[in-house]
Design a protein around this ligand. Structure first.
Ligand code: ZN
Length: 431
């Protein structure tokens, strides 16, 4: 088994908890009095850094929301008040994609960038990568942090990083073949898109010695039917990971793949709270991930409401790590859930059912809430040899059996739905 930092990853739970508390105290001491955003919040809550002694004291710290961070940036543009140091100390700028609202700008110091790399070191080593690997990153580098951080992680584990920007999909496939790429880091959507391009152009994917795919940027690697489809197209293993620009890369899948992602507890403290009461749910129950990062002093988040729904499983894993795991990865976003005819539906649940039908190449889901009851419409794009009526009825049946819903399913012509290289947008709510 490959580890990034074995002594920490297999630490007894008690020792790990002490390490977390020690790191949190040190974060609070560093930011208190310097970071305007958090000093105000701590003062308002009457909390002093030295008040943290045990994990139970965590509940007395104030919660942070994304809208507060966005507001702090509007109040003091361009970078906001969640800054522990003067601007000159920061060396990296990134921002969130803005798919769920105003983009949030984030800054890192050389130290916190090293921390990002360490977190990604866990992601890459967790999937078994070593200095013998050649990691292909088919991405044109913009301000989105995800793949930049992957590159920093590759540097830390000494793998060969191959940047794949500035060329089209077919050129990328040839590039990977020529250079002998063993791993690719991309969105699940783009892994499927490349496989589609290979098929359209008669390119044989088995000529690339690819063994693993590491996914970032969007969910999908934890949607069973999507994962199965990627693994079958590439004859390679898929690894899921989760993170966010304002938080860090916080969880990863190990080589055992116990249907869940390990939390990097040496760098984060996670809580799973009921989204309504903000009280902890029972162990194993679904709740909202509230997370504190322990290594990003310049731009910290403390008890941050991620909006992600997770279920924590503390059972030991065969890989030897004592880090608990999110059962099934990030299950969905609290604000993504829609109600159709009284049924709570997550986009990932529909994606899983649609992708199970092999004939489907691409799809688009629209939930219209204009009518009081809600209405679910699905457009399917099929592969050229598929029989439209059979595919339509297969998907229809699956949605009805598994979700108890009637969907309006139409088959659209091949190539008419958008294709994505980065975050895909297949789910639309029509208000
Ligand atoms: Zn494991």
């Amino acid at each position: 088994m490959i580890y990034f930092e074995q002594s920490v990853e297999s630490m007894p739970r008690k020792a790990l908890e002490s390490l977390q508390i020690e790191k949190l105290r040190s974060v609070l001491k560093e930011i208190y009095g310097r970071n305007r955003f958090y000093t105000c919040k701590l003062d308002a809550a009457g909390f002093r850094p030295e008040s943290i002694r045990t994990m139970d004291d965590l509940a007395h710290l104030p919660i942070t929301t994304k809208s507060e961070l966005v507001q702090a940036q509007k109040d003091a543009p361009p970078f906001g008040t969640n800054a522990t140091f003067s601007e000159v100390v920061y060396s990296r700028f990134h921002q969130t994609s803005g798919t769920t609202g105003t983009p949030l700008r984030v800054l890192d110091t050389p130290e916190s960038w090293d921390w990002w790399g360490r977190c990604w070191g866990h992601v890459l080593a967790g999937a078994g990568l070593t200095e013998n690997d050649r990691l292909f990153v088919p991405f044109s580098f913009g301000p989105f942090i995800g793949f930049w951080a992957a590159v920093e992680g590759a540097r830390q584990i000494k793998a060969l990083m191959i940047p794949g920007g500035g060329r089209d999909s077919l050129q990328r496939l040839h590039f990977m073949k020529e250079l002998g790429a063993t791993v690719m880091c991309c969105t699940p959507t783009y892994a499927l898109r490349l496989a589609e391009v290979a098929q359209e152009s008669g390119f044989d994917l088995s000529e690339i010695p690819l063994q693993k795919l590491i996914h970032a940027g969007e969910p999908g690697a934890n949607v069973p039917a999507t994962k199965a489809r990627i693994e079958s197209a590439w004859k390679a293993k898929c690894y899921d990971h989760a993170g966010a620009s304002e938080v860090g890369a916080h969880s990863f899948e190990c080589e055992i793949q116990p249907d869940g992602t390990h939390v990097i507890e040496s760098e984060f403290i996670v809580e799973v709270l009921c989204p309504k009461t903000l009280k902890p749910v029972s162990v194993g129950e679904q709740g909202e991930l509230v997370i504190t990062n322990l290594g990003r002093i310049g731009f910290p988040v403390i008890r941050y409401r991620s909006g992600d729904l997770v279920r924590l499983n503390p059972e030991p894993c065969e890989c030897g790590r004592t880090f608990p795991r999110f059962e099934g990865g990030v299950l969905g976003r609290a604000d993504d859930m829609v109600v159709v005819r009284g049924v709570n539906v997550f986009p990932s649940a529909i994606e899983n059912l649609v992708r199970r039908c092999n004939a489907v190449e691409e799809f688009r889901i629209t939930v219209s809430t204009k009518r009081e009851m809600g209405h679910l419409a699905i457009e399917l794009e099929l592969n050229k040899s598929a029989h439209p009526e059979t595919a339509r009825s297969t998907v229809n049946q699956a949605i009805r059996n598994e979700l108890g819903l009637r969907a309006d399913i139409t088959v659209v012509s091949y190539g008419s739905l958008p294709r994505f290289e980065m975050k895909a947008k297949r789910f639309h709510v029509d208000n």
